[in-house]
Design a protein. Structure first.
Length: 229
């Protein structure tokens, strides 16, 4: 398996008045292309911080992270933005859809940032909306969708750029049990069919079972790293 992510001796501190609060301590982690990894732990365990570091939306206080052969610390802000857009897709528990845009336009947005031709954008958006079962909802606004449908739009937006890495932070937290199960099954199917690496965070054992590998976190540390049962 080809290595996609290597994190070495990673530390992350946040300044709280005059005190440094550790969020990540001594993180060493290697993730290969095509893996399906769950970061699991209670609230405050550091899993969201680690996802933010992997997603290059937060920086380390010490240590290093190399993604697809690039050291994130060597990239300037504009380079990081372009790298994220071309390499990663993000799925958030709050969906983060743009309310004034239609389903089609929300999914198309990352492709506009890549400056792809209009016909290619349209073909990609229609393809991915078909895959998530929303081909007939293209012109609707997010306010006319259920929670599960909004999360499907978010997944479509994450996948439309054909990213090497998909990052999902508590992707089912805002959904009921049955809808959450359907969303996780969809993400697993797309991980298998597209070959993108999937890293998701949860505190829910029922969601964690969709992973092939479990990385257990507590107090900013990795306390276990094993194949899922």
């Amino acid at each position: 398996m080809t290595e996609l992510i290597r994190i070495k001796d990673a530390e992350k501190y946040y300044q709280l008045e005059k005190t440094e609060m550790p969020a990540l301590t001594g993180i060493n982690l290697v993730i290969g292309s095509g893996e399906r990894v769950c970061l699991m732990g209670p609230s405050g365990s550091g899993k969201s911080t680690l996802l933010n570091v992997i997603g290059c939306v937060d920086t380390l206080s010490a240590g290093s992270i190399v993604i697809a052969g690039l050291d994130a610390a060597t990239l300037k802000d504009a380079q990081l933005s372009e790298f994220r857009n071309r390499t990663m897709g993000f799925v958030f528990q709050s969906f983060n859809l743009i309310s004034v845009l239609s389903v089609f336009e929300n999914v198309e947005y990352p492709l506009l940032l890549q400056r792809l031709p209009r016909h290619e954008r349209a073909a990609r958006v229609e393809e991915v909306l078909d895959r998530v079962g929303l081909k007939d909802f293209q012109r609707r606004g997010p306010e006319r969708l259920s929670g599960g449908q909004r999360q499907r739009v978010a997944i479509a937006r994450a996948l439309v750029t054909r990213p090497r890495l998909v990052i999902a932070d508590e992707p089912t937290a805002a959904l009921d049990h049955e809808t959450g199960r359907a969303i996780m099954e969809l993400m697993v199917e797309m991980n298998r069919s597209a070959g993108s690496t999937l890293i998701f965070a949860t505190h829910d054992p029922a969601v964690a079972r969709y992973a092939a590998r479990l990385v257990i976190m507590s107090d900013g540390r990795i306390v276990d790293d094993r194949e899922a049962a």
